[in-house]
Design a protein around this ligand. Structure first.
Ligand SMILES: O=C(O)CCC(=O)C(=O)O
Length: 234
């Protein structure tokens, strides 16, 4: 049996403790390896597939300057406009469709992970990205949420499903040292507080590493965020 499968199906108390306790990379940045057991991964991957191939489908954003991103993206709750880096209720940079709502279970899951890290997150949006084998994302900061949310250090919660990604996590300046790590299927990663504006990115996907039980190739990544801390969603 592959190691991943052993870990996620028969994780003993100490392995599960390690998953739940997480590993701090920097103050405010915590990695929870294989946080989601296989069954939860499968259900979430099915949901992501249905959403990204749904009536309001995922698409490849074109960003300021005209470059195409190397992911297929679907925003939920609020739409991130790649042309002006602003959030909006309809996809004015693509097809004008209204952004689909954020599923309640996504919001709950994000809050659960933030609680474990001793932070609070009442997510009102999710950016769901699909990476194929050539997918990647350059080093960037997540800084388009409201000033109040950023100032409060409300965390971003990231959940990975499918193929492993080589993930970079750096400091508050682009030129700061970056640390490379692997994000595997079921991993959660959170950055908030003093780490909220740290640079991060994905250099590559490792094809063929998705747990076979998910029946997928490529990788889904969900980042759950809270834009509005003054008027949280009901
Ligand atoms: O795919 C990842 O792990 C990172 C995604 C990301 O950086 C983003 O959505 O801003």
């Amino acid at each position: 049996m592959p190691r991943r499968q052993i870990a996620s199906t028969v994780a003993g108390p100490s392995e599960r403790w390690r998953q739940l306790a997480g590993t701090a990379l920097a103050p405010g940045a915590i990695h929870f390896p294989r946080y989601l057991p296989l069954e939860r991964q499968r259900a979430l991957a099915d949901r992501c597939r249905a959403l990204i191939d749904g009536e309001v489908p995922g698409y490849v954003p074109v960003v300021r300057g005209g470059g195409r991103m190397h992911v297929r993206m679907l925003c939920l709750g609020r739409h991130w406009n790649g042309r002006n880096y602003a959030y909006e209720p309809t996809r004015t940079d693509f097809d004008g469709l209204a952004v689909p709502p954020l599923p309640a279970e996504f919001r709950r899951l994000a809050g659960e992970i933030a609680d474990l890290a001793g932070m609070r997150l009442d997510a009102d949006l999710c950016i769901l990205n699909y990476y194929d084998r050539d997918g990647r994302m350059g080093l960037h900061q997540d800084k388009d949420e409201s000033g109040a949310s950023l100032a409060a250090g409300i965390p971003v919660v990231s959940i990975s499903l499918g193929d492993t990604a080589r993930f970079l996590f750096g400091g508050l300046k682009r030129r700061d040292d970056v640390r490379a790590m692997l994000l595997e299927s079921g991993d959660a990663f959170l950055f908030g507080g003093p780490a909220r504006l740290c640079y991060h990115g994905v250099t590559r996907i490792v094809p063929g590493t998705a747990p076979p039980e998910l029946g997928m190739s490529g990788r889904f990544n969900l980042t759950l965020r809270q834009y509005d801390i003054l008027n949280p969603a009901p």
